[in-house]
Design a binder for this molecule. Structure first.
Ligand code: MEV
Length: 321
């Protein structure tokens, strides 16, 4: 038996961090995907990262990278999805950069979960894939809101709040171009989230107002997307970046990129994901794209033109050999 599934990375357009404490956020699936194939094996469970070059067996040479996958299998058993676990080998490939705020661990967890459930012949739906994969994400990040896994599961543009996922019918206007700019600074989402939650505790009286502003910003962003108002969308991105700076997840590399992008004609730019490094997302149109890309070269490690992909997880094939 062999099963292969894929799932997309994500960009958060509005509301990262605030979403952890129940504010709404908007994210989009990327065309960069992770793929996990699960096949029969004799003598236990093995997970192989084809890109990173590690190979580990459950109960033998376990390193932290394995925790996410182990927890998904355990949780699938605890919750009654699997009555028994077969021996298998899971091979992982990913085109999503790690530590760049683009949802690489969530995409891998979602593709792994879909392949695992399919491999065991379980009947399941998207909400099961989201729920089970999120348990794996909890091993990697502190307090994940679930938005990364929701976007990797459902695809397209997603409005997310407190575990409720709404796939938006509206799309970004055709002329909108999103450019992901890699700051080149790898960072941990867990650490960034912990820092913000600690700041919240220390300054709750002030922070609750910032979180309220972040919620209004998402309502306004929804109106701008539905009204195809790119200028307003860009301005809201700038406001969102201001709030992210205020809660302490920006730094000089990010600020340089955001400031330069706008100076070069971008409609807006902001952190996407946890910040403190990772990636910045820039909103522009075809006319401004090349000048922005050229002008940002001195500040960036790399660029990815981002297209919102309507596909969530996909089981590529499932076959008995
Ligand atoms: C990470 O992609 C987004 C954060 O809001 C954390 C989360 O929602 O779990 C920073």
């Amino acid at each position: 038996m062999k099963v292969c599934s894929t799932a997309p990375g994500k960009v958060i357009l509005f509301g990262e961090h605030f979403v952890v404490k129940g504010a709404p956020a908007i994210a989009g699936a990327l065309s960069l995907r992770a793929k996990v194939c699960i096949e029969d094996r004799v003598g236990g469970i093995e997970v192989v990262s084809m890109d990173r070059g590690w190979r580990m067996e459950f109960g033998r040479n376990e390193l932290p990278q394995l925790r996410q996958f182990k927890r998904i299998v355990e949780y699938a058993v605890e919750e009654g999805y699997l009555s028994g676990v077969k021996s298998f080998r899971a091979c992982i490939w990913s085109r999503i950069p790690v530590g760049a705020g683009l949802g690489s661990s969530a995409a891998t967890a979602v593709a792994f979960t879909a392949s695992l459930l399919e491999f065991h012949g379980v009947s399941y739906g998207a909400s099961d894939v989201w729920r089970v994969s999120l348990e794996g994400e909890r091993e990697v990040h502190v307090n994940p809101s679930g938005i990364d896994n929701a976007t990797a599961t459902y695809g397209g543009l997603v409005l997310y709040r407190k575990g409720v996922v709404r796939r938006l019918k509206a799309r970004l206007p055709k002329e909108a171009l999103l450019l992901i700019v890699d700051t080149g600074v790898e960072r941990s989402t867990g650490r960034a989230v912990k820092h913000v939650l600690e700041m919240y505790e220390r300054h709750e009286g002030v922070f609750k107002h910032i979180y309220r502003a972040a919620s209004s910003l998402v309502s306004e962003a929804l109106k701008a997307i539905r009204g195809r108002d790119l200028v307003k969308l860009g301005e809201l991105m700038q406001l969102n970046q201001g709030l992210l700076r205020t809660i302490g997840v920006s730094n000089s590399s990010i600020e340089n990129i955001v400031y330069s992008a706008v100076k070069l004609g971008a409609l807006g730019a902001k952190i996407t994901g946890a910040g403190m490094g990772g990636s910045v997302i820039v909103l522009t149109t075809k006319g401004g794209f090349s000048a922005i890309l050229e002008g940002l070269k001195p500040f960036a490690k790399g660029f990815i033109p981002a297209k919102i992909d309507s596909r969530g997880y996909t089981v590529l094939f499932s076959r008995n050999n």
